[in-house]
Design a protein around this ligand. Structure first.
Ligand SMILES: [Zn+2]
Length: 174
């Protein structure tokens, strides 16, 4: 969706508050799908200074993904600062120096397409991997249920090290 910045174009140097919602499509990162079920919200001010529109504020998003350890659904809230300068061009397609233009967001006319900006800011704010909680122990190993009795004397066979010891002994005998 676009953000109408006509007021800023009429009054250069003056800051105007804005609140914009942007729907982001699901993104695949390293084989993991990350969904944004709720629209990303951008709040702040925009100001026209010379040939550039300054966007300042905060982006709020909720990333839906899977825990890297136990695969349980994870909702990761994102709040990241916006401090961008968008160049106002005469046309949507730059005539030359396309490579240089690509490094900066740009717009033409009086409306700014917010999707590339919102997507870039959101993706940069994602964690390297998602975890359901700091204490996540990952997938349960073997049959759980006997864990309540953690006395080694009562259940020697259930202790993980006893099973490991049996494996080691077996290997040594071969
Ligand atoms: Zn987990």
């Amino acid at each position: 969706m676009t953000l109408d910045v006509t007021t800023a174009l009429r009054s250069p140097g003056e800051s105007f508050p804005f609140r914009h919602e942007e729907v982001l499509s699901p993104q695949e990162v390293l084989g993991e799908e990350i969904r944004f079920d709720e629209p990303v919200v951008l709040e702040g001010t925009y100001t026209m200074v010379d040939d550039a529109l300054l966007l300042r504020g905060t982006l709020y998003a909720k990333a839906h993904a899977s825990c890297a350890k136990c695969l349980e659904p994870v909702v990761h809230p994102i709040a990241v600062g916006i401090d961008e300068s968008l160049l106002r061009t005469q046309s949507a397609m730059p005539e030359d120096g396309a490579e240089a233009w690509d490094e900066q967001f740009s717009f033409s006319g009086s409306k700014v397409e917010m999707n590339p900006l919102a997507l870039t800011l959101t993706m940069l704010a994602l964690p390297i991997r998602f975890l359901c909680g700091k204490g996540c122990q990952g997938m349960p190993e073997g049959a759980a249920g006997d864990d309540e009795q953690d006395s080694q004397k009562d259940l020697p066979q259930a202790h993980p090290f006893s099973a490991l010891q049996q494996l080691l002994t077996k290997d040594q005998e071969v």
